[in-house]
Design a protein around this ligand. Structure first.
Ligand code: SF4
Length: 338
């Protein structure tokens, strides 16, 4: 159990509504360092902040260890100077998502499923984000703007699954999200609705009875894919939020990004899988970092990743070992490395 720098942060982290937490989130580097009792002269990535601002919700801040600049949760959100130097093989759109766009906000990379970029907003800014340069300005952000994408989904009977992504789709207010899900429910060939989200981890208060009812009433199979990189992210409040999805029959999966200095050792990865199982979440993917500009300091070599998977196999039951995958632009599926 960690202690936030101020009593008021500590009280707020465990209370409040999710909308309040979006407002209360730490948005500047100096404040982040001060609240974690870290020296202000660490000379971190001020330029990086201008490109991709700091955004750290209090519940996540409350799980960080004050005074530890290497805390694995802090490292995910801490802008550093090396973000300014990227090798030439790193690019703005390494997955070719602009080429996979069918209509603004609707991406199709693989057969049978499409991805709806519902919003550019997130409950945290992860420094390694593969969409940190995504053209969110061109993506729809309201129900009326989603309609062309929904019309395309309705006209294509090969689509069985819609993935709500972003940004984070759970930053959308219930009234809009409910209207979107109700609209998707009317499309008879849809079978599954997948939600890619970090909100249950970043702000567990987001998972309310009203929210899970929206999905429960959809009559689609609901798959919630969370994104945790370290067991310390998954405290009891998160576990409790995830149980609410389980109560309405959702399948819970996790995807992790392999990140240097955060989870590139066997013990953190094994610990994460064990904690996920305690939360009734299956480890699904361990992603090789997507080479997006500003993230190269997180990259772990492939042979290191393969060795880590081998170590996980000897320590865990098979169902607790995620697939180690890499996405390549234009490929019909992710490439499974192990
Ligand atoms: S929550 Fe997801 S989309 Fe948002 S910044 Fe993090 S990795 Fe990127």
């Amino acid at each position: 159990m960690t202690i936030l720098a101020t009593q008021s942060d500590s009280v707020r982290a465990g209370s409040g509504t999710w909308q309040q937490h979006m407002k209360w989130a730490v948005r500047d580097l100096d404040s982040l360092l001060e609240r974690l009792n870290l020296p202000p002269d660490l000379n971190l990535g001020a330029d990086a902040v201008r490109q991709f601002p700091v955004f750290v919700p209090l519940p996540l801040l409350g799980r960080m260890i004050p005074g530890d600049v290497n805390d694995p949760l802090l490292r995910q959100v801490l802008p550093v100077r090396s973000e300014d130097q990227s090798p030439s093989r790193f690019s703005l759109d390494p997955l070719g998502e602009s080429q996979a766009t069918r209509t603004p906000g609707l991406l199709q990379k693989y057969a049978g499923r499409v991805l709806l970029v519902t919003t550019g907003a997130c409950a945290v800014h992860c420094r390694y984000c593969f969409r940190r340069h995504f053209a969110y300005d061109a993506a729809p952000t309201s129900f009326a703007q989603w309609e062309p994408a929904i019309t395309q989904i309705a006209a294509d009977e090969s689509i069985e699954e819609v993935i709500l992504s972003g940004g984070d789709p759970l930053t959308i207010v219930d009234s809009q999200l409910g209207a979107l899900v109700a609209r998707l429910k009317q499309i008879r060939h849809l079978r599954r609705l997948r939600i890619h989200t970090r909100l249950p981890i970043m702000i567990p208060q987001r998972v309310t009875k009203q929210l899970v009812e929206i999905f429960d009433q959809s009559q689609l199979q609901i798959i919630v894919v969370i994104h945790a990189n370290h067991a310390n992210e998954l405290d009891e409040a998160v576990a409790s939020a995830l149980r609410m999805f389980l109560k309405v029959g959702a399948i819970l999966l996790n995807q992790t990004v392999l990140l240097r200095g955060i989870n590139d050792e066997a013990n953190p990865l094994i610990g994460l899988s064990k904690r996920l199982l305690e939360c009734r979440v299956l480890p699904y993917y361990l992603h090789q970092l997507d080479p997006v500009i500003g993230t190269s300091h997180f990259e772990v070599p492939q042979d290191r990743g393969l060795a880590l998977i081998e170590q996980m196999r000897t320590a865990l039951p098979g169902y607790a070992v995620p697939r180690y995958v890499k996405e390549f632009e234009g490929e019909p599926s992710k490439t499974v490395w192990s």
